[in-house]
Design a protein around this ligand. Structure first.
Ligand code: PEP
Length: 249
């Protein structure tokens, strides 16, 4: 049975003190046993938030890692460093990293490899921009992102990956995908996983939806058979709203 996951992506928000408080507020709420909750925090917050969540069902994710193992790469943070801070997950391939920091599928494949080599579980983001959807090439775009960013992995490595489908036109825009649009793409992604790794792997792969998901629309999105939870940006910054999403299954 695949895991249900709700992961927050705080992006570049919250001072350290605010982040600690938010993590405490989330951990103080009752979390359903069958949902894995993950807080994706800025690097500077990771160690402190890891202390807050210790002994709770909540896990922590970094929002990025370097595409190099170690060395003279000023300002970068390696997968090994993240792991050494007691962190379990890393978000990779977010559309903001792809668009603003030039992260290509090739770079992302390196990051995925390093994350897994260092014992981190990747939450790998894929998604099309509006023009790609409107011109009808959305499935080709997603296929390429999967093939180049993930499908080089052997089955033992791939089974550790969580996929997040995040249509770029829905991220931070308030324009959420319809439940039918989300289901259509999630089913396509699962078919691609099945074609590459087989039906059992496809059934076991968690595929999250991301893009303007909030407590009021999460229920109808999560009700789809192939939507296993969400990657949540803006709505993860308020504990009550975030927990509303966690409880929306
Ligand atoms: C995201 O950045 O991953 C995201 C889904 O953002 P938002 O929920 O704010 O659209």
């Amino acid at each position: 049975m695949r895991k249900k996951i709700v992961a927050g992506n705080w992006k570049m928000n919250n001072t350290l003190q605010e982040g600690i408080q938010l993590a405490k507020d989330v951990c103080n709420k009752t979390i359903p046993q069958d949902v894995k909750v993950i807080l994706g925090t800025p690097f500077i917050h990771l160690t402190e938030v890891a202390k807050v969540v210790k002994g709770t069902p909540v896990a922590v994710a970094a929002q990025n890692c370097a595409d190099k193992a170690a060395g003279a790469y000023t300002g970068e943070v390696s997968a090994a460093m993240i792991k050494s801070a007691g962190i379990e997950y890393v978000i990779l391939g977010h559309s903001e990293r792809r668009a603003y920091y030039g992260e290509t599928n090739t770079i992302l494949a390196e990051k995925v490899k390093l994350a897994l080599e260092n014992g981190l579980l990747p939450i790998f983001c894929i998604g099309e921009v509006l023009e790609e959807r409107e011109s009808g090439i959305l499935f080709d775009v997603i296929k390429k992102q999967l093939e180049e960013g993930l499908f080089f992995l052997g089955a033992d490595e791939f089974k550790k990956v969580v996929i997040a489908y995040e249509p770029v036109w829905a991220i931070g825009t308030g324009k959420v995908a319809t439940p039918a649009q989300a289901q259509e793409m999630h089913a396509y992604i699962r078919q691609q996983v099945a074609a590459k790794y087989g039906n059992t792997m496809a059934d076991d792969t968690t595929i999250l939806y991301g893009g303007s998901c909030k407590a009021s629309n999460a229920g109808e999105l999560f009700a789809n058979p192939d939507v296993d939870g969400g990657l949540i940006g803006g709505a993860s910054l308020k504990a009550d709203e975030f927990l509303g999403i966690v409880n929306a299954f």
